[in-house]
Design a protein around this ligand. Structure first.
Ligand code: UT7
Length: 330
């Protein structure tokens, strides 16, 4: 029986800056300590982009160049690049087009998706449509954020959490039962009050006052976001598992957004899923926003087998959240 054509991840690569920002570095900047950060978030290090004149597009370009090398794809063969980010190089143009230019993807077009920490999930679901509908053959989806460019290093509620990085996947058609099978994507715009960057958009364009008020930084009501993150990721995973007639025992890996180790543990407990099968990179990279999921896939790539049932899940600003079910293709 012919199997349905699906978009599958056929390669993954990541890139993080060399410079580390450790908990002891943060102790010197804000009133915090290693014990509090590790016990409340699970984070020890983050990577911070310090290369002069480098921005999010440069991290994307490094991740994509590595991906092309690994998969043997030439820049000219790429049809489309989608970049999930909230820290694009400029308000406009989009970062995806800059990435196409920097890697020499002359035949590609691209655009950005802004869904904060759920960005990679939303972008992956979007990119998959173009492949599954046979509109394009080679689509690259990147999750990347230079959070250090919008973090207030005087605010201990946020500066201890976030880091910089980029991860990229190649999507191609497969007819062997592997690939992206289903996803649940959700949003609740009222969440904008609890997690946002207030100024710099059309609501509050940059003025001397917005700068003085420190409104060009990411801000969150951490406790309230935390509660919604656990609920949102758990319910999205349950829904995608249920409607694909699976049980949690059928799932080989869960790849959760890396915002707080306690959120991840709580979601795994609610799902009755063993932590050994939960992909983690929060300890060394912190919350890299749109990059957490592809960076996890990149680092766990060697442990994956063809046919593994994998669930990616995320929650972030918007609010946005969801879960995506795929069968690993290689
Ligand atoms: O990725 C996008 C989505 N974002 C998230 O999912 C983040 C969700 N939220 C969180 O991860 C957590 O809420 C935080 C890590 C931001 C904060 O952890 P918490 O356990 O919710 O702490 P809290 O804000 O309730 O604060 C507990 C205590 C407070 O002291 P008192 O009032 O009990 O004396 C805070 O002032 O810890 C204090 N505190 C700190 N102490 C040392 C808050 N931040 C720090 C800090 N270092 N960095």
């Amino acid at each position: 029986m012919p199997t349905k054509l699906r978009a599958a991840i056929t390669g993954v690569h990541g890139w993080v800056p060399e410079t580390k920002l450790t908990n002891s570095d943060l102790e010197k900047i804000v009133d915090t300590n290693d014990e509090w950060i590790v016990s409340r978030t699970g984070i020890k290090d983050r990577r911070i982009l310090r290369t002069p004149n480098w921005a999010t597009s440069d991290m994307c370009a490094e991740a994509v160049k590595g991906l092309l090398e690994k998969t043997g794809v030439k820049p000219g063969e790429i049809d489309m690049i989608i970049v999930a980010t909230v820290t694009g190089d400029m308000v406009f143009p989009d970062t995806a087009n800059t990435v196409c230019d920097k890697i020499g993807a002359k035949n590609a077009f691209g655009y950005d998706i802004n869904a904060a920490c759920s960005g990679f999930l939303f972008a992956l679901a979007t990119g998959a449509q173009f492949v599954q509908n046979e509109t394009y053959k080679k689509v690259i989806v990147v999750g990347a954020d230079m959070m250090s460019s919008i973090i207030d290093y005087q605010d201990r509620n946020t500066c201890i959490i976030f880091g910089d990085g980029a991860g990229a996947v190649l999507l191609e058609a497969k007819k062997d039962g592997t690939g992206i099978i289903d996803f649940v994507l959700r949003g609740d715009g009222s969440g904008r009050e609890l997690l946002n960057m207030k100024a710099g958009g059309s609501l509050h364009p940059a003025t001397a006052e917005t700068v003085a008020n420190r409104e060009h930084y990411a801000w969150q009501d951490g406790k309230r976001v935390y509660v919604q993150a656990v609920k949102g990721m758990t319910s999205a995973c349950e829904e995608v598992i249920r409607r694909n007639k699976m049980t949690i025992e059928d799932v080989q890996w869960v790849v959760p957004h890396q915002a707080n180790m306690r959120i991840i543990t709580s979601v795994a407990e609610h799902l009755h899923f063993p932590m050994e099968k939960v992909m983690l990179n929060i300890e060394k990279y912190g919350n890299t926003t749109a990059a957490t999921l592809p960076l996890c896939l990149w680092e766990y790539e060697k442990k994956l087998s063809k046919g593994d049932n994998i669930i990616l899940t995320a929650f972030g600003g918007g609010f946005t959240w969801g879960a995506l079910y795929l069968k690993w293709a290689y």
